[in-house]
Design a protein around this ligand. Sequence first.
Ligand SMILES: Nc1ncnc2c1ncn2[C@@H]1O[C@H](COP(=O)(O)OP(=O)(O)O)[C@@H](O)[C@H]1O
Ligand SMILES: [Mg+2]
Length: 294
Amino acid sequence: MNYVKDLETKANYSMTKKIISDALSAPEIDRESRTTVGKITSDDPRVVCKNVNVYYGENRAINDLSLEIGNHEVISFIGPSGCGKSTFLRTLNRMNDTIVSCRVSGEIKIDGKNIYDRDLDVVPLRAMVGMVFQKPNPFPKSIYDNVAYGPRIHGLAADKRELDAIVEESLKKAGLWDEVKDRLNDLGTGLSGGQQQRLCIARTIAVNPEIILMDEPCSALDPIATAKIEQLIAELSERFTIVIVTHSMQQAARVSQRTAYFHIGHLIEVGRTNDIFTNPKHPLTEDYITGRFG
Ligand SMILES: Nc1ncnc2c1ncn2[C@@H]1O[C@H](COP(=O)(O)OP(=O)(O)O)[C@@H](O)[C@H]1O
Ligand SMILES: [Mg+2]
């Protein structure tokens, strides 16, 4: 008898809890809605994107995307393959200029300057907004020359001593110095995959970027090399603003404070990483993080 009473109390309790939580939570969002859910603004914005559209020929790959990226934050872009993560990432340093059919409309401002203004020089832009790719792509040159390449082009060192110092500093920041300091003249391409990726990060850092874009930087790496890069991202975020595309939700949860969920060309939801993973608001985000889609 007591047992039945107990069950009844429990059932009442859980029903009451559900009613309260339903009342407290925001109204259901329509699955078909493509208006971004969540806080797209930042309290300390570094990059301000307004109504960005990206086309490849006739096809629109990014639709009316607005988002602010904060100073020194790590933000992850997640979503099923083909949803436009790389496309949008590339708009942030005009890497998409290299794709003939690609056209961008809308506004992307970094420190108040529209990076699509005609008078803007993309060379310093790409130094300030560096990029690390999915597949480590060191030049077929020595480890030293890989890192020294950018500083040479941009004239950042007055003499060999200064260049040596930049190379050492960059390799240290990329967590690679101890492993390569005795073989700086060896080919960069001879390093392991994880070392090559850290070399590419060192090469990016060497030209004093402020923002680093990473497009699935660990997807070609083993778990140990991945863990090293993730640790590095945490260290780098003290100095840089980092935007990382990742297909690993675990990685997004580990490295980023904010997460943006993309779905077929739309920014569906953005918010604090923890909220996105524990309490997604848009049904499409929920489907993705619970593994029902993608
Ligand atoms: N260079 C390109 N030329 C034409 N279409 C492209 C190009 N790159 C990407 N796309 C298209 O844009 C859409 C978004 O792709 P992408 O940004 O690579 O997605 P994701 O990085 O999320 O996998 C896809 O439909 C893809 O086919
Ligand atoms: Mg991609």
